[in-house]
Design a protein around this ligand. Sequence first.
Ligand code: 2HG
Ligand code: ZN
Length: 461
Amino acid sequence: MVDSSEPVAAMVARAVGIVGRTHVLTDPDLTASRSVDWTGRFRARPAPVVRPGRVAEVAALVAAARELGVALVPQGGNTGLVGGAVPLDGGVVVDLTRFDGVDDIDATSGQLTAGAGATIGAVQAAAAAAGWQYGVDWSARDTATVGGSVATDAGGLRFIRHGGTRRQLLGVEAVLGTSEVISHLPAVEKDNTGYDLGALLCGSEGTLGLVTRARLRLVPPRAPASCVLVAFGSIGSAVSAATTLRREVVELEAVELMVDAGLALVCSSMGLMVPFATPAPATLLVEVASRADPHALLDGVLTSMDGVVEVVVATDERQRRELWRYRELHTEAIARVGPAHKLDVTLPPRSLADFVTEVPELVASVAPEARTWCFGHAGDGNVHVNVTGIEPGDDSVDEAVLVDVADRGGSISAEHGIGRAKRRWLHLARGPADVSAMVAVKRALDPDGICNPGVLLPSGS
Ligand code: 2HG
Ligand code: ZN
């Protein structure tokens, strides 16, 4: 059954008038998949799905939702991992995938405008065709959309080189919760004309409005890359190698961490060959890109690293892609074990090795039947702690791990967002004055609280 409460039924009727009947889905067979997140942990009753194609339609939907008091839940590729795009508080899903254009490409300055529904892969392809590159990348690139990336300030695999989504964002077109359309898609990069509304909406998780288009900065095309998998005798030596690499190699593109259990799972579950002669406690995938012989550069770096047990080198582009599969397939391999609690956290470099070593024990002390999988972006201290074998609604492990992260001086969310999964613990990362400033902004831009309620901010705010 879809949510057929009176206001939602009235909203559906209004939506049909705004976007046309073919773009309003109410059949649960068609909408059910839009009401559950990628992990399967967050499941809502199927909600109607409305698919606007123009910004004026989005503005009209927001105006109608305000009048009727109906929640709007923006959604793109639905690859989020924290329950941030699921209609758990009822209302209507606003599917923005019809905003899939990538245009106004400026090959001279390296900029383009992407619709909220364009995939990250489509932006990357358009950038490459114009002789540039898009700086943000992660494994869900062909499904995840620009709107979701802006909403969560997504980070990804090349953060250490180019930063996350906010750093690429020059401006946005968006419909605020007031139904007003803001549009600042500047053709110039240097622009400090007042409040950076794009940066404010970036990471706001749909709580202030719905982003429809984004002006994105591109980065110079990547120089030839060299990629290796390096096995280390301990998590500690892998983490210190990551820190050294970050400090000493400006051409560094990525430093990704895997540990023995996760790598073994990926190999067995995805049918990949075990890469090393002997399983090692920790593995780094290291990639450098340089116009001056990247292979020689990487060789030089490897000889200076302590604790190296074995190295596998990609000698061509096909092998480079093969090596990346060991890292990129972690999410899918873990999903095959069961719905995971996703704890996407950042640790200061000094605490990273201890945290990765000790977190499985901490989880076991709270939930002895659970399994802990750690992997992530060692170069920026971002670890993905995935915990399987616990009930979706049991958040005692989440509590223990997030408190531990905060005690060690880390952040409870690095790149996936707070969503519903972590809103109870926002206070661990942000003080009372920060939170009340966020609530004040929310009230000003979404006075009726219709934009993605139940996400990010503490309940009752
Ligand atoms: C990645 O780094 C993504 O591969 C997903 O951020 C992480 O599945 C996860 O927890
Ligand atoms: Zn990640």
